[in-house]
Design a protein around this ligand. Sequence first.
Ligand SMILES: Nc1ncnc2c1ncn2[C@@H]1O[C@H](COP(=O)(O)OP(=O)(O)OP(=O)(O)O)[C@@H](O)[C@H]1O
Ligand SMILES: [Mg+2]
Length: 469
Amino acid sequence: MQFGFDYLPYKWLEEIINLAAERIVVVDSNGLIRYINSGYCDFLGIKAEDAINQPVQNIIENSRMHIVAKSGQAELSAIQPIKGGEMIANRYPLFVEGELVGAVGTVLFRNQQEWWDYSKKIQPLLEELNYYKLNYENGLKSKYKFSDIIGTSSKFMLAKKMAEKISVSNSAVLLTGESGTGKELFAHAIHQNSSREQFPFVRINCASIPEHLLESELFGYDEGAFTGAKKGGKRGKFELANFGTIFLDEIGDMPLSMQSKLLRVLQEGEVERVGGQKPKTIDVRIIAATHRNLEKMIEEGTFRQDLYYRLNVIKLEIPPLRERKEDIPYIATYLLKKLEKKFHQHGINLTNRVISKLQQHNWPGNIRELENVLERAVNVLEGNTIDIVHLPLYLRENVHFLSEKQKVYVDYNNHSDSFPTLKETLSLVEKQAIINALQLSNGNKLEASKLLGIGKTSLYDKCKQYNIK
Ligand SMILES: Nc1ncnc2c1ncn2[C@@H]1O[C@H](COP(=O)(O)OP(=O)(O)OP(=O)(O)O)[C@@H](O)[C@H]1O
Ligand SMILES: [Mg+2]
């Protein structure tokens, strides 16, 4: 047995409904009014008995209740013009035991005053929303100028001078270079130095957008293009970037299917929204960047050659940090200034020993890696001077990641001995790292554990395990 409304007197039920929704109307599947409460009747200036069994559209202006009773699709927070004002209506299909039997509708605002009182409350929220929207549009600005790109080595100056020179052109630019070399910085600076500067700079990371969203992100979509499509549709990044620059970052990670669509835009200069009727002409400058080897990808068939030619009108290759080590002191000083702001500190400096250590390193992660090394140093720093102890272990010592046993095997080709397992090698490296940390901290276990980024107890356990005294 179900305990539903069986125990409620009818009059109670009616009052409960009136309390729950001040204005409520129920229609059957033919759109005939089966119930309308007194609040709704008062609002419309009618009597309930004149409304019952009448087609809802004859009684309530602009009603769509008869449609919802047929479609089974709820319409929530819909604007409904009634009696010269705009009311907010919720319309729900009414399913009983799985069968669509009609629809229930409620109206949120009865008169202009009510709406006005309410809108006074939401007005500040709308203003806030507009403020963020505006900021979002402002967010479509380039953040770096050429003066933010540090480096005076001849190799680097060549790339920077070239970038400055071509920034005024409208041709597509392809930025290549290892990870962390500053490709994004260059893209911003090129836009900032161009006549498009007043227009948006729109960055799109081709690697991080799910493939099925890439098309709608780039080209936008029209209302009703797919389920869940926003009302009024959505502008794509190309439309947003009109008259400005679009920065296609990590272009080497763009799926092949999208590459052809992108090519069409570049060739025709127009975009077509997903589900859209007519293409729209756009004027954007393309800057693409990748750390991948596109020529190799073309050979492998993972990057379209025709697209490559379109993007590669002006190619700028940014040299890796290891090929311009003379820039390291200047870049490090510049990065430290940025870190000082972040950490609310000033006067941080580097010892000469640190600078030469930094210049000995190969920097596979380039400037991003240098940034991380310095940030780590500032974190462990007590005082103002960054010294060798503040550098990560892999920079401080030339730790040999090949264990002795591995070296014997490799150096002498002494294959009679068994090659050490990965576990054995890792243990040896771990042991060596602990010994190095303890040496640097003069045997102070707490400091050594901080250097290693592990807890003190964990260090004690490992010392015991490796028999380190
Ligand atoms: N010449 C430079 N002067 C100052 N800072 C730089 C310089 N080059 C790069 N940086 C800084 O190094 C970091 C990495 O740069 P960026 O993001 O532009 O690298 P990227 O080439 O786009 O790398 P990835 O291929 O991994 O995306 C950024 O924080 C950037 O500000
Ligand atoms: Mg990048």
